[in-house]
Write a protein that binds this ligand. Sequence first.
Ligand code: SAH
Length: 213
Amino acid sequence: MDMDLFVTPRKRLVELLREKGIKDERVLKAIETVPRHLFVSEALQAYAYDDSALPIGYGQTISQPYTVAFMLEKLNVEPGHKVLDVGTGSGYQAALLAELGADVYSIERIYPLYEEAKERLAKLGYHNVKVFYRDGWIGLPEFAPYDRIVVAAAASHPPEKLLEQLKTGGIMIIPIGDEYFQKLVRILKVDENKYEKQDLGPFVFVPLKKGKE
Ligand code: SAH
């Protein structure tokens, strides 16, 4: 017997994302699989399958499902890819990356969020996600280079260290802008000195802050 009361709401969310234009079946399958209600506080579980961002404490949010699905669709993750996930937050996006078959290195600058996400992902059995307490402006050089880098917080410009840690032929998705206006950008690293940038349109993100807390 299936004890997960959220199976139907999760399926409905997937249908909604389809209607909003998400086509990648692997991404949709991952969203149908990951229990988003376990990535928010109990008080917010009833809203976990609405297509909206929700507070996770410390002034941060779990991103809107549409935004996450859109980013993952544009990231083209293949099984076995090494992926750097900047801004662990709740760990939800890291879990989706794991469902896509990636080896996930996820970094977070707020210590309690880092600890909570690490514990939550371990409890849910996401052993191919490693969580680190690090600053996204510095990245995680010890495991570089990465096939893919995805940043869940907005920066004024792509951090140089992250560009360095991206594999040649690798893709980074990052929101770029100020606190009022941001656009999502897809960066393809052609070689050490050549990057191709594609504007994916306006989105709203929390800021990529400097240093750790
Ligand atoms: N991917 C997350 C979204 C969290 S919102 C999820 O699925 O829940 C963005 C997160 O980025 C926040 O937790 C915030 O603390 C974190 N963040 C902001 N600046 C950062 C930085 N410089 N380094 C690492 N994490 C950062």
